[in-house]
Write a protein that binds this ligand. Sequence first.
Ligand code: HEM
Length: 363
Amino acid sequence: MRETAPVFHDEQTGMWQVFKYDDVHRVLSEHATFSSQRPDDDQSETGRLFAASLINTDPPRHRQLRSLVSQAFTPKAVDALAPRIAEITEELLDAFAPAGTADLVKELAYPLPVIVIAELMGIPAEDRDRFKLWSDAIVSTVTGDQGESGHALHGEMIEYFLSMIEQRRRTPGHDLISALLAAEIDGQQLTVPELLGFCALLLVAGNETTTNLIGNAVLTFTEHPGTVERLLAEPELLPHAIEEVLRYRSPVQAMYRAAAAETMLGDQSIPAGSVLIAWIGSANRDPRQFERAEEYDVDRPPFHHLAFGQGVHFCLGAPLARLEARIALQAVLARLPGISVLAEPPLERVDSTIVFGPKQLPV
Ligand code: HEM
């Protein structure tokens, strides 16, 4: 598609699909032309839940909402979490069978980011099995059919967050929910739908995505002979090797926007109100931007991928995701230097066209 129809109008859905690096970069970053606001006709449960949240808001409201949580996610604030992230990683790895096999997604890549975000939000990490069901239900509604159980799970999640918000209102702590409850924008506190949107966004954004980054990294390292040995011998290479995984197997494959005004993209005229899908996964493998784009190369010279987005909505959790991935992968390599994936390719993928990663990773 990138070569033959880089800006493609899908007659069935009515959406515009965007595939080239330069075009995806433009769609993500030109927020005045390509709005993040959900169309009013999106009355689905997920649509309503996220309508008031950061990720679906344009400036100036977006800037105000983002400033309420940005302090918690600066590289400096996140670095302070490193000892706790290392401790959780070690505990999870201790539970691995010493000489047997284990599903790395279930045992490490899933629980680690969930425990970290739950602790930041001040909610009990023991409830994490429920979080997984809820966030899976949300991820599948963004792209597919929610069904009966999805509806029930959505209701359960809202009830849960409402009770957490009430608890924090009564007894504030040093957590993100308490900080959001205390926050004011122009003298106004956040409304309950805004608080719920924040909770759901942090839970989903901080969860599936980092899980898939860790899973994609283990898969990629073990698929490319010599990479594990190289990273053990040169640990300083790991952050760059992770950036190359983000490019090569992007955990978030696409983001939506709506054209605020008629505009040209490539040689296509996009009418005002059109919905666009910016394919990050395709942009990150565009040969106009990256030499040998289809290859994984730990020695690739410094580059700029779009895996965390671009512009005002650039991923708030990027420093945290990078740190979690680095600590988790360092520990996996040190403890399991002979690691290999015990499944025939192709591995089953997470059920989503947006989120990309292996469902299980038997190692
Ligand atoms: C936004 C990817 C981890 C919180 C985004 C966006 C992308 C992205 C592509 C841009 C959305 C847009 O332009 O509309 C990823 C990937 C991750 C990851 C690939 C892991 C590898 C996290 C984590 C958190 C987080 C750990 C928080 C704990 C957010 C939030 C936004 C966001 C709150 C909305 C920012 C805004 O609208 O201003 N993320 N993310 N993400 N991410 Fe992440």
